[in-house]
Unconditional design. Structure first.
Length: 328
């Protein structure tokens, strides 16, 4: 049996490569099956893999697979059931059942995989001091930023978005958000009234603007990865705002909360995944126009399109059921 994996083989070169699938015997707590859909998150996958320095490499954020085998001790999954996991773009999956979440009835795989990107900002949701009704500014309206806006909107916050890219900004406006091309530093309705800035662009100027926008003791949470230096700003500019405006500048590290809940830690990665899947099946999250679907056979075209910003959608879903290479 062959496993097919989207593989970055050199800078700006990506292929669907086959390998022999070995050690397919399941342990008592494992489940296995063929991938149905997987999600491309352009920011991380472009910078860390497609444009990366180490090759070959594999990438991916989340996938849904159909369970074909279950270990003897597995109680939560049955053959034929769909399961969600954090995982790379690959045609066959074998994982510990505790790492998987069953899909709610009625939720299609191409939508379920967005639970992973929603989870990034859901950690911020359960760790922030801001409360429902507070003003929240999201900077950067890529997939993570847009979904952060959706997560906080349905949680009762007053959300607006700052995004310099015209197409992304218009997309957010069509989804019902108030948007700005740059932080509204001269607008008294917004400036010094923001309780929380969710910084998803990775741009240092967005961090500085966020520090200027928040109210006293407001939070600026750095979710976006600062992949490269974008400006000539110096640290003094940041220190000045921190000292005089008393904000909390902190990491947006998704894994700050535990993977599993317990009696002293009710909020966890697993709970975030389950809640995200629930919101998706209930249609509380607007993902109209977010997705473009392609076969993993077209991976080179997909990543090059995201690099050149020629895709109209925010991110791509690989449909493994229609791959010419992976159907056997």
């Amino acid at each position: 049996m062959k496993r097919y994996t989207v593989t970055h083989i050199a800078k700006e070169q990506c292929k669907l490569l086959a390998s022999d699938l070995e050690d397919i015997e399941l342990k008592p707590n494992e489940i296995a099956g063929k991938t149905v859909a997987s999600l491309v998150s352009p920011g991380t996958e472009l910078n860390a893999n497609y444009l990366g320095a180490k090759f070959p490499s594999t990438s991916g954020y989340s996938l849904v697979f159909e369970v074909e085998e279950v270990g003897d001790d597995v109680k939560d999954f049955k053959v034929g059931q769909l399961a969600f996991i954090d995982g790379n773009h690959t045609s066959y999956v074998k994982v510990d059942s505790s790492a998987a979440t069953p899909l709610p009835s009625g939720l299609v795989p191409s939508e379920a995989i967005f639970a992973r990107l929603m989870g990034v900002s859901m950690t911020t949701l359960v760790t922030t001091c801001a409360r429902p009704g507070d003003l929240v500014m999201v900077t950067g309206a890529g997939p993570v930023g847009y979904l952060a806006a959706e997560v906080f909107r349905i949680s009762g916050y007053d959300v607006f978005i700052v995004e310099p890219n015209d197409s992304r900004r218009f997309f957010a406006e069509n989804a019902g958000y108030k948007t700005f091309a740059s932080a509204p530093l001269d607008d008294e309705k917004y400036c010094k009234s923001v309780a929380l800035v969710i910084e998803c662009s990775g741009h240092e100027h967005a961090v500085l603007d966020g520090l200027k926008m928040v109210r006293f003791r407001g939070e600026v949470v750095m979710v976006g990865v600062p992949w490269k230096k974008q400006t000539d700003l110096d640290a003094h500019s940041v220190l000045w705002e921190v000292f005089h405006n008393y904000p909390v500048l902190r990491s947006g590290w998704e894994w700050e909360i535990p993977r599993e809940s317990d009696q002293f830690n009710p909020y966890s990665i697993k709970r975030s995944r389950e809640l995200a899947l629930k919101w998706l099946v209930e249609k509380k999250i607007n993902i109209n126009g977010v997705i473009s679907t392609h076969s993993p056979d077209d991976c080179q075209m997909v990543y090059q399109g995201h690099l050149n910003k020629t895709h109209k959608s925010l991110c791509t879903v690989f449909d493994w059921t229609g791959s010419a290479d992976c159907v056997s």
